[in-house]
Every structure is written in C-alpha cells, then in structure tokens.
Design a protein around this ligand. Structure first.
Ligand code: ADP
Ligand code: MG
Length: 698
C-alpha cells in the first residue's frame, strides 16, 4: 500500500456492483435482473446462467480461483464452503466455470449448524440460495456470493432470510401510509442502518498467555488495574502509531470490498476502539458488519494484535456494544424519521413515531430477547451499558410535543412561540434534537433511532428484523384504520392522541443507570429481563409467535428452534467457561499461590529462629492467602460436582436455569477469589498477564 493510492478507484474495486453489472451484462439481462430485484422475484435459470458466466470472468480478472456461497447461520458468524471454478474439459484439460445453478443454489450440510431440532436427522441437507440484493465480492482469491440458508424442507436456518422478509413487509406497509398522505411518487421504503462497532485491541503475546481469552474471548478473572478509564484520557484520545497503522490497513481492506468505513476512534476504556460505516440499506449493512468483524480480526493478526469482539472481555472495564442506527428512507430520498417543515410532513413524521413507540412498548420483551446472549449478559445492566429495561429517549422538545398532544393542549416551545394543536394543525417540530442521553437503550437522535443494547459480537440482523416487523405491524394497523375513515385529519389526530397516551410509559428521558429507574420502570410495568435465560421465553410467547407468523417472517417451529438454539448455546458457553477456569486454577493458579505460600512460610520459619526480627506481615499475608486458597480449592470441588450433575445442554429452559444458578454462580464466586488472590500474590509468582499488562500492552 503506498501513499498515492487512489481511494475512489480502490473503493469497491473487489465488488461486482451495479456499475460492473451494467458494463458487463447485455442490456436485456441487466434490465431483467433489475426487475427481479425491484419486484423481489427470483431469477430464472437462463438469466442466472448468463449472470454467472459474466460474474466468473470478472472474478477471475480479480484473481479468484474459487467461489463460495457465503451465509449467516444461527451461530451469528458467517459460514463458507469453497469450490474451485475448474471443470474437466476432456483430454486431461480443464476450463474455469460457474454455472447458473452453481451461482443460484448450493448444498450445505445443515447438520453441522444449529437448527434447534428443525432438521430431522434423516434429512441433513440444507441449501443456500443467492441473494442478489447484496453484491458479490472477491476476497482471498475467492468469489463470495451472499446467500440465504434453509433446510431442505424450507425451514429457515439463518439470520438473513427473516431480515429480507421483514424488509419486504415493512416496504409494503410504509407505502400504504405514504399514499394516505398523498405521496404517489415513492415506490419503495427501505430501512437504513449504520452500526457503530466497538472492540478491544490487545497485544498478541498477552493474549497467547491467557487460556480464558483464547477459549472464551473474555477474561475469567482479573484484579482491577491501578489505572483504568477514570481519567477519561482514552476516549477520542490520540491514536497510537501501531493502532493507527492497523486502522489504516483496515480501512483499505474494507473499502476494497465496498464497506463505507468512515469513522475510527478510541473508546472510553483503555485499548478500546470504535469503527463506524456510513449507513446503508439494512441487508447490505448486515453483510458489511459481518465482513467488518472478520476483517478486524484478520488485519489485527497481521499487526501482531488481537481484536476482541466479546461484549465484556474485562470485568470492571467498559464492555463493547454495537449501536444500531435505524431509519426509513424512500427510494425518492426522503427520510421518514426526519421531522418536516410543514404541518402535513410533521403529521406524517408523528405517525411513524407513534408506530415506533407503540411497537417498542408492545414488543419490548421481544426486542430485549433478540439482543440477549451470554456475552451481553455481562454488559446490559452494568454501569456503562444501557440497562436491561427497554425504554425510548426522545429529547426534551419531542417529549414536550407528545405531552401536549396527550393533554390536548397547546405546545409552547422554548422560544415561547405558541403553536396550535388542533384538528388540522400540528406543531412545527424543531429539526435539531441535539439533546443526547447516553444512558438510554434506544434514543431518537434527530432523524434516526439509535439502539444501544446490541452486543459487539452479535449479528445486527435480529434487532433489525424486530424493528422492521413491529413497525410494519403497527403501520399496518394504522393504515387499516385511516383508510377506512371518512375524515382523515380527525382520525389521524385521534390516533396520535390515543397512541401516545397509551404508550407513554415506554418514554424515559432520565438516568437509565440509576437505581431509581429500576423502581420507576417496575411501577410503569416495564419488563426487566436480566439475562439470556430470562429473555428466551419471549421467542415462544404466543403474542410474539402470532406477530412473526402472521407476517410470514418466521414460522412457529422456527421460533421454537431459535429458543432452543439460544438456550443450548447458553449452557455450552457456561460449560466451556467453567472448564477453562477450573483448568487455569488447578494447573497454574493454585500451584503458583501454594509456591508463594511456601516461600512465605519459609521466611517465617527462618525469621522465628532469629529472636530479633518480627514477621507480622508475612504471617498476616500467609493467613490471608491460605484462607483464599482453601476457599478456592473448595469452590473447585463444588464446580466439579455442579458440572458432573449438570443436565444435558439441550435440556431447554430447566437446563439453562441450572447452568445459570449453579454453574455460572459458582464461576462468579471463583472469579472473585482468584481476582483477590491475584492482587495479593507476588508478581514473580503470578502465572498470567494482569489487566494492566493486557490493557496497556499496545
Ligand atoms: P454518533 O454521535 O452516535 O457517533 P454519528 O452521526 O456519527 O453518531 O452516526 C453514527 C452512525 O449512524 C453512522 O454509522 C451513521 O452513518 C449512522 N446514521 C446517520 N444517519 C443515519 C440514518 N438516517 N439512518 C441510519 N443510520 C444513520
Ligand atoms: Mg452512536
């Protein structure tokens, strides 16, 4: 990479994008493909064959020798299976080939991916199908073809299929609303998403020496470092040369595959950073975030670094989240979440706002559930992350407007200019809501909603499926009512008044981290689901099942499967962590601590032989360390009993509760004792890098 790199030329150079298709496909094929995309219909084989041939030639020019169907199974990561382009051409020769069938459909062994019982054992096959709405690209000499993944009988086994379905549904319902407001131009509404990705960057050497980081992605113990983030000197601080070199290369890699990487900065905690792209349609944003996570790790490796995407790698230090910025745009370029200039535009804005508020209030458990994950359990409800309670922050002005609509009185703005709220007039809404509340899980930030509950390692697909679906549901209900009404304006005013009044409880502008909010939320009847085990039943709650099945986003069986998969994953993660901790304690920590105790005991003995020297410090320290190591030994024994008596990991909610209440609880007890031991054992004996070593390693 040299300084003269032409960024506009570099950007998207490895993407088979619209420009490439337009240039390389004949006009008829290009138009037919566009029609399929716009109408959301699948391609016929003849069309696929033509596109495949052209795509393959382009990929070979870019150095590709292989192709892969790239998909996003329920693990939350991406999966790929590489095939080369070669095909025998007789007489020991080969040609490079990609058939229409190979482009549009692939076989994948579904039995290797979580299916939650959807895939009967006798039918292990699954298939992947090309999603032409996300561009193919070349990376590592391979043509990546974005696909969806389902079982042979058609059950959804991935994160992308429901996302695509929910986008189509939302498109339809938004257009109904726009027509009611006299908009005849827009033909599509597409959710726009910009995910801000947080991560930690540490030295590879420190990482290599911690089994917990290697096997679990997070530390399972660690005393608080003498210096953490209390000086606020890391956030937006000067980027160190090694990190800067990493970020520079990362940007280049992302730009090549068409990711609009835009912002890179340091985050609050030492060694923590953030990368944000420019927002794009939800489907592309989802693929690009997966690519970003993968490239973060890959590029870090080349710089002797390790990128940690875990939600809480270090206890007592800020965790990492992913802020999902979400809005709705028409194909004519209008942002439907942007307050307008005229009363009519504002009425439309307020209707979309009402649908969002109602949807979030009615389906708050579902929204909370879709971001619950063992890693994120350590973060939500902590001191820096949003609370586990879902609420919406609107800012002072918008809240005042809503209150005036609810009370049916005039809205007086800050400049004391009176605005009438009657049947025909709605208030002018200030454009700039700069008021920010960092403690809110879901904040309106002027023209979009920023959802901050999502964990840094999670796919952004699920929360966007929920936002799209609840929004479509509520807009659909509103459209039903407004389409029937004889007086649109009156009906609209009544609808806004009723909706804001009925769902006011979900709006909260105060301090989301405070104890007082937990009490207040309880009084308001808001859910406070603390962990994955408490959250998962939302997947099988009849209300949520009804919502998703009614709109054809997921079937009842698919929702049950997701419930099973996540519970099983919880049990597995807890087991791996507990075994890792046991191993580290028994093989390294206890032996080291006992050696140190032995050294202290020796000193005490030697000193006692001489009459003059006192050995109070040694004796007290030895007593303290001995008590802690006894306790730790006892906890190890308890942990073994818990693990030996544990139910099978696929034992559903009862099993998950056991893993939480017995195994995880014991792990937390062990963690406290080990961290305390670390702070009073001599550094010369302690076998692992400390938080200070790791966090300040770069
Ligand atoms: P912050 O102060 O939270 O860092 P930014 O303005 O930098 O906010 O935006 C954060 C993310 O939100 C970026 O990815 C940006 O592209 C995205 N974003 C901005 N406007 C919109 C929008 N209308 N819809 C969706 N995402 C958006
Ligand atoms: Mg943000």
């Amino acid at each position: 990479m040299n300084k003269t790199t032409n960024i506009p030329e570099l950007f998207g150079s490895m993407v088979f994008n619209d420009e490439q298709m337009r240039q390389r496909l004949d006009e008829k094929t290009y138009t037919a493909l566009q029609q399929c995309l716009v109408q959301g219909i699948s391609l016929d084989r003849a069309l696929a064959t033509q596109i495949a041939a052209v795509m393959k030639d382009w990929a070979i020019e870019k150095g590709a020798t292989h192709y892969t169907h790239w998909f996003q199974p329920m693990t939350g990561f991406t999966a790929e299976k590489h095939d080369s382009f070669i095909a025998p051409a007789g007489k020991g020769k080969i040609i490079m080939e990609l058939s229409g069938k190979e482009l549009s459909r692939g076989e994948a062994d579904a039995s290797s991916f979580p299916s939650g019982g959807l895939r009967a054992t006798f039918e292990a096959r699954g298939y992947t199908a090309w999603d032409p709405t996300s561009y193919a690209f070349v990376k590592d000499k391979t043509l990546y073809i974005p696909t969806i993944f389902c079982s042979y009988s058609g059950d959804t086994l991935d994160k992308k299929t429901p996302l695509l379905r929910s986008m189509r549904l939302l498109d339809r319902e938004c257009i109904r609303i726009l027509r009611l407001f006299g908009n005849t131009e827009a033909t599509h509404v597409i959710p726009q998403v910009g995910p801000e990705q947080e991560y930690f960057l540490i030295d590879k050497e420190a990482y290599r020496r911690r089994e917990d980081l290697k096997f679990c992605g997070r530390t399972l113990f660690g005393a608080k470092p003498p210096k953490g983030q209390e000086l606020d000197d890391h956030y937006y601080g000067a980027i160190k040369p090694r990190v800067a070199a990493f970020m520079h290369e990362l940007d280049h890699e992302l730009w090549k595959v068409g990711v609009l990487a835009k912002t890179e900065h340091n985050e609050a905690a030492p060694a923590q950073h953030e990368i944000a792209p420019i927002y794009t349609d939800a489907n592309t944003a989802c693929d690009h975030n997966q690519l970003t996570m993968e490239l973060l790790k890959r590029v870090a490796d080349r710089h002797g670094l390790v990128c940690l995407l875990h939600e809480k790698p270090f206890d007592g230090v800020n965790g990492s989240g992913k802020h999902n910025n979400w809005s709705l745009a028409t194909n004519t370029g209008e942002n439907l979440l942007k307050p307008g200039q005229t009363p009519s535009q504002n009425a439309q804005f307020l209707l979309f706002l009402a649908a969002f508020i109602k949807g979030v209030d009615e389906y708050q458990e579902m929204l909370r559930c879709c971001v619950s994950y063992p890693g994120n359990d350590h973060r939500l409800g902590g001191y820096e992350a949003p609370p586990a309670i879902v609420s919406i922050f609107l800012g002072a002005e918008l809240t005042a407007i809503l209150e005036s609509i609810i009370a049916g009185r005039d809205y007086v703005d800050i400049s004391k200019r009176k605005l009438e709220i009657g049947v025909d007039t709605l208030p002018e809404i200030p454009q700039d809501t700069t008021d920010r509340n960092r403690t809110s899980p879901l904040a309106f930030t002027g023209n979009k909603f920023e959802f901050r509950m999502l964990g840094s390692s999670q796919s952004i697909a699920s929360p966007n499926v929920v936002f799209n679906t609840i929004m479509a549901e509520e807009l659909g209900r509103f459209a039903d009512r407004l389409e029937r009404s004889e007086n649109f304006r009156e009906e609209l005013a009544a609808l806004l008044h009723e909706t804001f009044k009925a769902h006011q409880r979900i709006i909260f502008d105060g301090n989301g981290y405070g104890e007082a909010w937990i009490e207040e939320a309880k009084r308001r009847g808001l859910a406070n689901l603390r962990d994955t085990v408490d959250c998962m039943p939302a997947y099988i709650d009849p209300k949520n099942v009804e919502l998703f099945t009614k709109h054809g986003i997921l079937t009842k069986a698919e929702m049950h499967a997701r419930y099973e998969i996540h519970l099983e994953n919880y049990c597995k993660v807890t087991t791996i962590e507990s075994n890792t901790l046991l191993d580290m304690v028994q093989r390294e920590i206890l032996p080291a601590v006992l050696r140190y105790s032995d050294e202290l005991a020796g000193t005490i003995l030697r000193k006692r032989k001489t009459t003059v020297a006192s050995c109070v410090a040694e004796e007290k320290l030895l007593a303290h360390i001995s008590a802690l190591s006894d306790r730790l030994y006892e906890l190890c024994a308890q942990m073994k009993v818990h693990l030996a008596g544990a139910p099978a990991v696929d034992g559903g909610i009862e099993a998950a509760r056991y893993y939480r209440d017995k195994v995880f609880a014991c792990q937390s007890d062990m963690r406290r004792v080990v961290s305390e031991l670390e702070s009073c054992t001599s550094a010369a004996h302690w076998p692992y890098p400390t938080y200070a070593d790791i966090l300040f390693s770069v």
